[in-house]
Design a protein around this ligand. Structure first.
Ligand code: UDX
Length: 478
């Protein structure tokens, strides 16, 4: 039996394993910093391509060594079996398949190399959704395993029921079927995540979800980047099937008024933000600026860019628009600013290629956010109390947009034609409505209430803080 001194000398470690994308790594890092604050030692492992491609917004470190640290979180990298210059996005199916074979072998080696010391007790491996094979590695090594779900709990409910055939969903024969699930409003096909629709063309990602949901029993805990007060009904309704514990919102502590609590902001940036836009915002009146951004992946078509541009110009209001430099410019000019727009609106607004979004949303000059409803952006706008105009594109975004308008009631969703494309009159109408319309006060009030609820959830003794504390006690005791 171990003596008291020996027991005290044991350090409790957690290994977090992420798919190498900004929106996947960042919530895990933010959870990691909270686990560190509760006394655990945390390492985040991801593939070497993240080390190569992403520059870090924090201390320089990591680029040249195999393991380094971010604040108090160690970083470790393993090979995904491809060279750095291989285009993973263009060959996603092949990439995911290979990662599913090579990843477990290399992760196993990493575990053997880093956790052979008796004083270092690896008490839990935490993964996120695009690496479902991590649960198999954890089982093989006899280590308890948790997953951090990085989309709303409402999405977890939908996928869980879909992949376990618990409810009827639209089919090619019945494409207009509505779906009634406990804890959620009645869902029309346009409210469902694109992966569950019969028309879904994105092969490898739904396959991953099939694997994930069939591996769910191998997870001892399912944590979620959400908070109880935001999605209470969906979370309560899941509890009998597969309990899910919200531990969020996992956003910068400064957005939650916690910058004084020794919680560092950790995160990686895919692109370099143009910080000068904060100065520009400071010269604008309070609650006057329309902030527009569609996240890290989506490039709108030329027609959609034109509609947004025309509406912004006609609104005569100041705007800050993030227009990324397309990674691979296309002949149809998708994702590009319409010709002449920049010159015509130089005095009215600012266009940047990437901004420090969380600081932008927290700025008093921001009036509303036109967004694709990626879940990170949603949690950030909720934590900042900023109302939303939703223009969802794929994956979880249509459901997130439904949550915005029908559940959280912090904004509206742009209407589109049958091809899902918006026109400028609709954008203009929604801008006016969110700023001055009959529901604008209600949106603002609801957004402010959710902002306070988010702060309470993560503060000491709040619902998410309690869930993290309980999780820590359970993994140390297991
Ligand atoms: C992806 C999926 O598209 C989305 O559906 C899913 O919910 C999460 O993963 P992405 O499209 O990048 O994410 O959107 P989002 O989740 O909103 O994440 C974007 C992140 O980039 C946010 O954290 C945001 O703060 C950051 N960002 C965006 C910037 O820092 N600067 C910018 O200019 C724009």
């Amino acid at each position: 039996m171990a003596s008291k001194e020996e027991k005290e000398a044991v350090h409790h470690h957690v290994l977090m394993v992420s798919f190498s994308a900004q929106g996947h790594i960042n919530p895990l890092l933010k959870l990691g910093i909270r686990l560190v604050s509760k006394g655990l030692h945390v390492t985040l492992a991801t593939t070497e391509v993240a080390q190569d491609r992403m520059f870090k917004s924090f201390a320089a470190a990591a680029a040249t060594t195999t393991i380094s640290s971010v604040s108090d979180i160690q970083l470790a990298f393993f090979s995904d079996g491809f060279d750095m210059d291989y285009d993973r996005k263009a060959n996603l199916d092949h990439y995911m398949e290979t990662l599913g074979k090579v990843g477990p072998i290399n992760l196993s080696k990493l575990i053997q190399q880093h956790y052979h010391d008796k004083q270092k007790k690896l008490c839990c491996i935490i993964s996120n959704p695009f690496v479902p094979w991590v649960a198999d590695v954890a089982v093989e090594h006899g280590i308890p395993c948790a997953m951090l779900w990085i989309q709303p709990c409402s999405l977890f409910t939908i996928y869980y029921r879909f992949y376990n055939n618990l409810n009827q969903f639209p089919t090619l024969e019945k494409p207009d079927l509505t779906v009634e699930l406990p804890g959620l409003p009645i869902l029309n096909p346009q409210d469902l995540p694109s992966f569950v629709l019969p028309s879904n063309p994105f092969g490898s990602l739904p396959k991953l979800f099939i694997e994930l949901f069939s591996n769910m029993k191998k997870h001892n805990w399912v944590l979620a980047n959400s908070f109880l007060e935001l999605e209470k009904e969906a979370i309560d309704s899941m509890s009998e099937l597969c309990p899910i514990r919200p531990v969020g919102p996992l956003v910068p502590p400064s957005l939650l008024g916690q910058d004084h609590e020794n919680l560092f902001d950790v995160g990686i940036q895919l692109r370099k933000p143009e910080d000068s836009c904060l100065e520009w915002l400071s010269n604008q009146a309070d609650s006057s600026v329309i902030y527009v951004s569609f996240g890290s992946i989506i490039d709108l078509s030329a027609k959609e860019m034109e509609a947004i541009a025309t509406a912004l110009k006609n609104s005569k209001r100041p705007f800050l628009w993030v227009v990324k430099k397309p990674e691979f410019p296309t002949a149809d000019k998708s994702g590009e600013i319409p010709q002449g727009f920049f010159e015509e609106t130089k005095k009215q607004g600012l266009i940047v290629s990437w901004c420090p979004q969380t600081k932008v949303l927290a700025h008093p000059a921001i009036a509303c956010f036109i967004t694709h409803c990626g879940w990170n952006s949603m949690l950030e706008t909720i934590s900042a109390g900023v109302p939303v105009i939703a223009y969802p594109q794929w994956s979880d975004q249509p459901t997130n947009a439904m949550l915005v308008s029908d559940v959280f009631k912090i904004g509206s969703r742009l209407g589109t034609n049958e091809d899902g494309v918006v026109n400028s009159e609709e954008v203009e109408k929604c801008i006016e409505e969110i700023i001055h319309g009959v529901k604008s006060e209600e949106y603002k009030k609801n957004a402010m209430e959710l902002k306070l609820a988010a702060r309470e959830a993560v503060a000491g003794g709040g619902s998410s803080d309690r869930n993290i504390q309980l999780f820590v006690e359970e993994i140390i005791g297991s």
